[in-house]
Write a protein that binds this ligand. Structure first.
Ligand SMILES: [Zn+2]
Length: 264
């Protein structure tokens, strides 16, 4: 049995210990979790989630007349909040999530950008690039995500080049190959080698920023007001919300607790 999130956690600890530019990251307070993402399906490969974003300024959605620009109606006022994640009694400032099996099946060949950045490198470097990429999003200030592109969701060339430099810095530091060996194998090869691939997951959907309607609505000029269609969201998550799941090429399912303790 291979615990993939444990392997990622160990590698991340080694990377932040060897690459000074990532030295601000306290890996003991970084939660690494897996979520289902099939190979070939749309969706991200990995994500950096910031849990230290402050409550947003109050705001509302509004709908305008396309031709005149006049505001026709608005939603109720709301604020955006970030749920707290408390693991081992400590608040977690950042989480990294990895889509399995999609992450395991990345190749340099399928990314024109990475193919150029890492010309001549082995295929699995594409996975190390993804890990370092998500770590690079952890802002040295401890709040927010470093994008280096004015908050645009597309990354600047400087950000992507910066990631590649850190990947090279890590490899030049001559890490123990045993720490990154698991990256050499795609998902089917891991199953052939270890039989079972498990990872830490959230029992239900993972923590995400949510909207909360202001209890006292500011007085506004007369406009049609539309209620916000938001389901109640969890405001706090703890160790009790984590579960070990076994991943396959088509899905994942919970690992019974007796087997989970053997895999830990
Ligand atoms: Zn990114």
């Amino acid at each position: 049995m291979l615990n993939y999130t444990e392997c990622l956690r160990r590698l991340i600890g080694d990377v932040v210990g060897r690459v000074p530019a990532l030295g601000h990251i306290d890996e003991s307070r970084l939660l690494v979790f897996a979520r289902l993402g099939r190979t070939g399906a749309d969706g991200s490969i990995a994500t950096c989630h910031c849990l230290t974003l402050p409550e947003s300024e109050p705001g509302y959605y509004f709908w305008q007349d396309v031709e005149t620009g006049r505001v026709l109606r608005r939603s109720v006022w709301f604020v955006a909040k970030t749920p707290a994640v408390i693991i081992g009694g400590q608040p977690v400032p950042y989480m990294l999530s990895f889509a399995l099996p999609r992450f395991c099946d990345q190749r340099l060949a399928s990314s024109p950008r990475k193919r150029v950045l890492y010309a001549g490198a082995q295929d699995w470097i594409a996975k190390l690039d993804t890990i370092v990429h998500e770590l690079y999003h952890v802002d040295p200030s401890g709040t927010g995500l470093r994008m280096m592109n004015g908050g645009c969701r597309y990354h600047s060339a400087a950000f992507l080049d910066g990631v590649a430099q850190l990947v090279r810095a890590y490899m030049v530091s001559k890490p123990d190959p045993a720490v990154y060996d698991f990256l050499r194998y795609d998902f089917n090869e891991l199953v052939a080698r270890y039989g079972t691939v498990v990872g830490t997951t959230f029992r239900t959907s993972h923590p995400q920023r949510y909207l909360e309607v202001l209890p006292n609505q500011p007085a506004e000029p007369e406009l049609d007001v539309v209620p916000l269609n938001v389901a109640p969201r969890r405001t706090q998550y703890t160790d009790a919300d984590l579960a070990l799941r076994r991943f396959s090429v088509i899905g994942c399912r919970r690992v019974p607790s007796s087997a989970a303790s053997r895999a830990a």
